[in-house]
Ligand binder design. Structure first.
Ligand code: ADP
Ligand code: ZN
Length: 299
């Protein structure tokens, strides 16, 4: 059997970058995480990581925080575009790494990459339409429709869906753009700001959690009604609170209220099978796609 080519994956997050070399979940040869600082320093560390590997990679996949330009036909393909993150607006992530490492590069949003990782090796296997949502420092969603990663005009921004405020909730929403969007009500920093304690410190019986589950359920109900997904995969730091899953399932069923028949909720709303590695493994899967494109003479 021919050796599978060695692939590189980069999960470029707003808080941390994760680099990996390998061929899949059971064959990760090296993995490194470091904090996101300036573009020069952070991309420099990425280049250094891949250059110091004993074997060269054949292709690099990148899943990036955004907003990004994921259109391969665009002159700014592979750029982080209008991010409010200081120093990072209009950064040519894919081009910088392609030139430095001299390998073909594939680029998409961090959440589309994670969705691809789950499709290739995890909870999205065998499905044609599903959503991967991360609930962490921000909220974002990657969307697979008819087997393909969805982009649309740019890419969806599911974290900023508008969400109805619950009666009696008079704590301000935390999104600087919208106040009460999903991210403004249910991301890790929103939970901390709205309840005055870091989210990981709130005990499971704290009233914050049922409220968070209800707000997330509103968002998921909107996705169910818009996309008719076969599954909703929920990852990110906040979902380490696993007691949220049964609460979210209950609230989703209550929101939909029988209007559309829902499948078994325990297999419909699930954690990522790849856990916190979905993003970086998805980036490897992007690199794998580049390789198969090369084999078929597409690139
Ligand atoms: P990022 O979104 O930056 O990639 P994470 O997905 O780990 O990283 O999300 C970090 C956010 O999740 C922080 O706001 C943190 O407070 C929150 N978080 C991390 N672990 C937990 C936990 N066990 N319970 C609740 N919130 C958590
Ligand atoms: Zn918002």
């Amino acid at each position: 059997m021919a050796e599978r080519p060695l692939l590189g994956g980069l999960e470029a997050g707003g808080t941390k970058f994760v680099c990996a070399v390998g061929t899949g979940p059971d064959d990760i040869r090296a993995l490194e995480r470091f904090p996101t600082t300036t573009p020069e320093e952070t991309l420099g560390r990425v280049i250094d990581f891949f250059r110091r590997q004993p074997e060269p990679i054949a292709a690099l996949g990148i899943g990036s925080f955004g907003p990004v330009d994921p259109d391969p036909g665009s002159p700014t393909y592979g750029y982080i575009t209008t991010t409010p993150k200081p120093g990072w607006a209009h950064t040519d992530v894919a081009g910088t790494l392609r030139r430095a490492l001299n390998v073909p590069v594939a680029f998409d949003t961090d959440v589309n990459a994670a969705a691809l990782g789950e499709q290739r090796w995890g909870a999205g296997r065998g499905l044609h339409t599903f959503v991967y949502l991360t609930i962490g420092t921000g909220i974002g969603g990657g969307v697979i429709v008819n087997g393909r990663r969805h982009h649309g005009r740019q890419h969806p921004e599911i974290g900023h869906l508008f969400i109805p405020r619950l009666p009696g909730d008079d704590r301000p929403g935390h999104c600087p753009f919208h106040g009460d969007c999903l991210e403004g009500l249910a991301s890790g920093p929103a939970i901390a700001a709205r309840w005055g304690r870091p989210a990981p410190e709130l005990p499971p019986n704290h009233p914050a959690w049922d409220e968070v589950a209800q707000y997330l359920a509103f968002g998921l109900a909107n996705l169910i009604l818009t996309l008719s997904p076969q599954r909703l995969i929920l990852g990110g730091g906040v979902m380490h609170q696993t007691h949220l899953f049964p609460r979210i399932r209950r609230h989703v069923a209550a929101c939909i209220n029988g209007y559309v028949a829902l499948p078994d909720l325990d297999t419909f709303i699930v954690p990522p099978a790849l856990g916190d590695r979905a993003g970086v493994l998805g980036a490897l899967a992007l690199a794998e796609e580049v390789m198969s494109g090369l084999k078929h003479g597409i690139l």
